[in-house]
Design a protein around this ligand. Structure first.
Ligand SMILES: C[S@@+](CC[C@H](N)C(=O)[O-])C[C@H]1O[C@@H](n2cnc3c(N)ncnc32)[C@H](O)[C@@H]1O
Length: 209
């Protein structure tokens, strides 16, 4: 938890409490339905919570904006972001029902009012969003294919609407076809070794009505 406060020192008492609750909620739910590996449970705040919040270092979401988390799994990056941005509407989608069940239990445990969940493949989900966030779900070309048509027409933020994807490793091959992509290394924001090879990738996407 100190790790979160080190990089996000201005949390409200409610946010601090919600971030603190995550450890017990995930430990408890992970015993019933395994969604996070044992190693990752021991390093939940580094590998899941702080990593998810890396997106917030790149983009602060404005109140009223709408964010889709594709393939949220146990709720990453969507849940930590929903705690940090209580006035932003988050839609967390996963095709595996037991993962969404854990997400729903964590959302209920935290009493988060700004999170909607759906158990479905994202290709079947309709709606329009300012940004689409994700981690460890698909290669960029497949992902773009899935989410085209889900981008809102109006840009509320200075940064153009589109994808904010948490990626690791060498991305040059995967991203070479995208001329408008920007890669933000998380090592510019976080000191821990874990972030040495991690980035947030922003890919603006056009509205397709
Ligand atoms: C490796 S897990 C990553 C989970 C989470 N984003 C994280 O980083 O901890 C990939 C998740 O994507 C989901 N997924 C894969 N393809 C999907 C699709 N087309 N629509 C919705 N969810 C999908 C899987 O069910 C799985 O839970």
């Amino acid at each position: 938890m100190e790790l979160i406060l080190k990089y996000f020192p201005h949390l409200t008492p409610l946010q601090k409490q919600q971030f603190e609750q995550l450890q017990a909620l995930y430990e408890d739910w992970n015993l019933k339905i395994n969604v996070v590996s044992r190693k990752d449970i021991d390093e939940l705040y580094l590998r899941h919570v702080l990593h998810s919040l890396g997106i917030a270092k790149i983009q602060s979401f404005l109140p009223g904006s709408r964010i889709l988390d594709v393939g949220t799994g146990g709720g990453f990056p969507g849940i930590p972001l929903a705690i940090l941005f209580p006035d932003v509407k988050f839609h967390l989608v996963d095709s595996i029902g037991k993962k969404i069940k854990v997400v729903e239990e964590v959302v209920a445990g935290l009493q988060l009012q700004n999170v909607k969940t759906t158990n479905a493949r994202v290709e079947t989900v309709s709606g329009q969003y300012d940004f689409i966030v994700s981690r460890a779900v698909a290669q960029m070309d497949t992902f773009v294919h899935w989410v085209q048509g889900k981008i809102a027409k109006k840009n509320l933020h200075e940064r153009r609407n589109g994808i904010l994807y948490l990626k690791g490793g060498d991305l040059s091959e995967e991203l070479k076809i995208y001329t408008t992509v920007t890669v933000f290394p998380l090592s510019d924001y976080f000191d821990e070794d874990f972030f040495e090879t991690k980035s947030v990738v922003h890919l603006p996407l056009k509205y397709k009505g």
